[in-house]
Unconditional design. Structure first.
Length: 511
């Protein structure tokens, strides 16, 4: 596609529209495709961000034709789209919706897929471009990748266009399996064409963290150990495991969230200023952070694993984890994980990063709370500042996307009394345009070939080097017959997590 000579390609204020292409979704009948991917494709079409030569091609083990798939896709788009559902947009999009049935070990089905991609070049002008989204269990990756290699679908040279692959987490279950998976993917696709998707990095507030730090002179001079006391990164969910018992029993909270989402947020919080905002420059700075994070020396004192028990949440009685469907009655899988980490650099020397995640907590929230040191001297009497806490900058990733700055202010009246107040910024109030969903942004970036918001395989391996010793320690605890700490549904985790911070003279922030 020729470039507009009047447009500076570096100007991202103008809409970026990909080249004509096919988006092939393996496992298109699963929850992820129905709840996230198909609505995201519709939203992109509704915003005019899909090229005229675009095709959505579903592949799954269902005896469906194009019409059945169209009906499912329309229902998914109507239910899950962020933007208004418009029939005229859907009519144009459904003409580019195709479906192929087949199992992953079916050579004939993949031969048909390869020939279909060639046919679409002629019928829809897709120019040999295709992105393959692996919305499938990791155990199926080897079979699908080998089929793609056998048929030549992954080969940029023979296709006449670009070929990319999107890999969903978890990226392995430990360092060794992650390295094995990375080698498998990199043997089939070139490194620049592999997109490991972490949907948290597609959220506007996560990206705004970079703008906050590097576009303002207000924060960066105090973004260091001289001024910051600690950082708390929280991802709390009020739901249980729902229908994911099989996955969760094998994974647990640390592998599901700490290893990817929270360590990525930590890296973005702690990284140095990149030389530019292209993918490689961002990856270099994130890797510098991830490479300096070490697991706690005292794993007993500074790691906590918990499991929710029955309790009350939103006025309803909910069952404990071990009573969930398909969960073993003696399961020791953690549904809550908390850890104290440090970044061993001059900027962050001595600043603890407290990371926590959990199911069945009081509310759904993801946030980064930067807690500043207290003023070294207060020229007030003790009673004047009894209700004054530490200054905090809180970045709310979800929900209620925005930021809060907490600082001390005098209470109106004749007495000198200083109390915490908050200054809020909400995306929904400050901007007329609503924020795109994470998958909407990330799918567009895949089709554009922009890897800025996608972790590199080296980042994934660095993260496993942090998590593996913790998982090994917890496995030893299991072998010794020690259960995770119990917490009631509707509480902010086990008492041991509060004790972990109390050991340092700190306490968790209550979102």
């Amino acid at each position: 596609m020729s470039q507009n000579p009047l447009r500076d390609p570096r100007d991202r204020r103008l809409p970026r529209v990909p080249d004509p292409c096919v988006l092939v979704v393996f496992g298109v009948t699963g929850d992820l495709a129905r709840k996230k991917l198909i609505p995201a494709v519709y939203d992109l079409a509704n915003r005019g961000l899909l090229p005229p030569g675009f095709v959505l091609l579903g592949f799954a083990r269902r005896d469906w034709g194009d019409g059945d798939f169209e009906e499912m896709a329309k229902e998914a788009a109507e239910k899950g789209a962020r933007t208004e559902f418009r029939d005229d947009v859907w009519q144009r999009l459904q003409e580019a919706i195709k479906f192929l049935p087949g199992s992953f070990d079916d050579d004939m089905a993949f031969d048909t897929l390869a020939s279909t991609l060639t046919d679409l070049d002629a019928s829809h002008g897709t120019q040999g471009n295709a992105a393959f989204y692996l919305s499938i269990p990791p155990a199926a990756f080897p079979t699908v990748l080998q089929q793609m290699q056998r048929t030549g679908m992954a080969d940029n040279r023979t296709s006449g266009g670009w070929r990319r692959v999107v890999v969903e987490k978890p990226f392995g279950h430990d360092l060794a399996s992650s390295q094995e998976l990375n080698k498998l993917v990199d043997d089939v696709f070139t490194a620049r064409d592999v997109f490991r998707i972490d949907h948290y990095l597609g959220k506007e507030t996560v990206q705004n963290l970079l703008a906050l730090r590097f576009a303002n002179t207000l924060f960066e001079p105090i973004w260091n150990a001289h001024h910051i006391d600690s950082v708390q990164i929280t991802m709390a969910e009020d739901v249980g495991i729902e229908s994911r018992a099989g996955f969760y029993e094998e994974t647990g909270a640390a592998r599901d969230v700490l290893q990817n989402h929270l360590l990525q947020l930590m890296a973005l919080t702690a990284m140095e200023e990149p030389s530019s905002f292209d993918a490689e420059a961002l990856r270099i700075e994130k890797r510098k952070v991830l490479g300096t994070i070490k697991p706690p020396k005292d794993l007993a004192a500074y790691t906590v694993r918990g499991q929710y028990d029955q309790g009350w949440l939103a006025g309803q009685r909910v069952q404990g984890y071990r009573a969930e469907k398909d969960v073993a009655a003696d399961s020791r899988t953690e549904t809550y994980a908390a850890v104290r980490l440090e970044v061993e650099t001059r900027r962050w020397a001595g600043v603890p990063f407290y990371l926590r995640t959990g199911k069945r907590l009081p509310r759904r929230v993801t946030e980064i709370a930067v807690v500043f040191r207290k003023a070294p001297h207060l020229p007030f009497s003790k009673t004047d500042t009894e209700e004054l806490g530490a200054n905090q900058l809180v970045v709310r990733v979800q929900p209620d996307e925005g930021m809060t700055l907490r600082f001390g202010s005098k209470v109106p009246g004749s007495q000198m009394e200083v109390r915490d107040v908050a200054m809020d910024f909400l995306y929904g109030e400050a901007f007329t345009e609503s924020s795109p969903e994470a998958y909407e942004r990330l799918l567009l970036d895949v089709l554009l070939g922009d890897a800025s918001l996608f972790p590199h395989n080296a980042e994934v391996e660095d993260s496993w080097r942090v998590i593996d010793p913790i998982e090994h320690y917890w496995a030893e605890q299991n072998e010794q017959g020690k259960d995770p700490e119990l917490y009631r549904a509707g509480e902010w985790g086990p008492v041991a997590a509060d004790e972990m911070l109390a050991r340092d003279g700190r306490s968790w922030r209550r979102p």
